[in-house]
Design a binder for this molecule. Structure first.
Ligand SMILES: Nc1ncnc2c1ncn2[C@@H]1O[C@H](COP(=O)(O)OP(=O)(O)O)[C@@H](O)[C@H]1O
Ligand SMILES: [Mg+2]
Length: 414
């Protein structure tokens, strides 16, 4: 086996496909197929054992799929380059594949010329990547900067595929509950860009909005953010949605991503209220989220909607970070909670009661019920939710942790 050749590992669950690929590459003198794997686990094992330069990875495999396998491969064996193979029409998947660390992709039906050219290209660029890395090891380049002291804040996204189930109510009151707990820095961002009503709910209809901030087109320094974020007396900072839906159209997913990352640098919690859709900005935000709080209720329409959303979350590989929150949990419309969990294949993380007195009163006053009615059962329930989410979070530095834990235990033994 000549070391000059580019070593290729073929990963596909169908034996015939593996054979076909090997056959297509057979006459390429500079390429050598050094092994095959029939699933992701075997692939990861063989990458370790055979050290291929290139892995041709089928996207759709039973068990762990090619995208997840690519992520693992990138973490375990940074020297290996993965090329994803998919069938036509999997554009959304392909985008995910590239995000997962794949270097390029090929679509079936495969032809030998395109495949060989792609392998060579990826191999060349992989070699170029490795040169600076190797130089760094030899300390030709300055050492990388030390890791930052403050871990970045938690990005919690409140989501529901249906409007009117309580996203804004939960976003606002959860943000306040978190701020009341441990005095972390909390910012609430209204990304329901067209119809966001966080500002209305909190009686903040005068100030600047996310639109003004992004239009400024400046780096998100603490000073700039300070000029635009509204300080609310409940202890949270707020970035409201644009005042007019037209303004929302000037905001891009890239801008939003940059903003959220900057906010995570400066806050312990970034809570995001969202619209009920899977459009580009929302997809971006869901992808960036550390946790997605997905709201549902016990009525049939909401359950049907949740099921549809879940299949989308599954195809985007986002299911792992969802926490299901049942709102108006006592509202029994014929579906018991265990039945709902079983039918959707989920576990409910937290149940929030309905309260048709406290909630409308708080809305009318423009004051979160966490502030106006701290003793109401719904407020207690939000405190428990905030406590569960906060407990064990690493942003609390370790000296403070013990004291805070005691405080938490006290607060949540309600
Ligand atoms: N747990 C609850 N108890 C009583 N009313 C609620 C509760 N959750 C939401 N609501 C009410 O339901 C309506 C829709 O809630 P909202 O938070 O605006 O939903 P979304 O942002 O998802 O559209 C609002 O009038 C809100 O006050
Ligand atoms: Mg809303």
């Amino acid at each position: 086996m000549s070391t000059e050749k580019i070593k290729v590992l073929i990963v596909d669950d169908i034996q015939q496909t593996r054979k076909d690929i090997a056959r297509l590459l057979y006459f390429e003198e500079d390429l050598e197929v050094i092994g095959e794997a029939a699933d992701a686990a075997e692939a990861l094992q063989k990458i370790g054992g055979l050290s291929p330069d290139i892995v041709l990875m089928d996207i759709n495999m039973p068990g762990m799929d090619g995208i997840t396998a690519t992520e693992h491969a990138g973490r375990l064996y940074p020297g290996v380059a993965v090329i994803i193979i998919s069938i036509q029409g999997e554009a959304e998947y392909l985008k995910k594949a590239m995000v997962s660390g794949a270097r390029d992709y090929l679509t079936k039906p495969l032809n030998s010329e395109e495949m060989a050219a792609t392998i060579r290209n990826v191999y060349r660029s992989q070699k170029q990547r490795q040169i600076p890395a190797a130089a760094e090891k030899l300390s030709v380049l300055p050492p990388p900067p030390p890791p930052k002291e403050k871990p970045s804040g938690v990005l919690s996204v409140i989501f529901c595929g249906k409007g009117g189930l309580g996203k804004t109510t939960v976003s606002v009151n959860l943000a306040v509950a978190l701020a009341q707990q441990l005095r972390p820095k909390v910012v609430l961002v209204d990304l329901d860009l067209s119809f966001g009503d966080v500002g209305v709910v909190l009686n903040l209809t005068e100030g600047k909005t996310i639109y003004d901030l992004l239009r400024e087109n400046s780096p998100f320094t603490p000073e700039i953010l300070g000029n635009y974020l509204l300080r609310h007396f409940s202890g949270i900072d707020i970035l409201p949605a644009p005042l007019s839906p037209q303004d929302a159209e000037y905001i891009s997913a890239g801008q939003v991503a940059g903003l959220l990352k900057a906010l995570q640098e400066q806050y312990d919690y970034v809570i995001v209220d969202t619209p009920a859709n899977f459009q580009e900005i929302n997809l971006q935000v869901l992808e960036l989220a550390d946790e997605i709080l997905m709201l549902l209720t016990r009525d049939i329409a909401a359950i049907k909607n949740t099921r549809t959303c879940l299949s989308i979350f599954d195809s985007l590989h986002l299911r792992g970070k969802i926490r299901f929150v049942l709102n108006r949990c006592e509202q029994n419309l014929g579906v018991e909670v265990p039945e709902l969990e079983k039918s959707l294949g989920i576990t409910v993380y937290h149940q929030l009661p309905g309260d048709d007195r406290t909630v409308p009163v708080s809305l009318n006053k423009g004051i979160p019920f966490m502030v106006s009615s701290p003793q109401a059962e719904i407020s207690r329930s939000f405190r428990r939710l905030a406590g569960r989410l906060a407990n064990g979070r690493s942003h609390v530095n370790s000296e403070e942790k013990q004291g805070r834990k005691l405080l938490l235990n006290r607060i949540f033994s309600l």
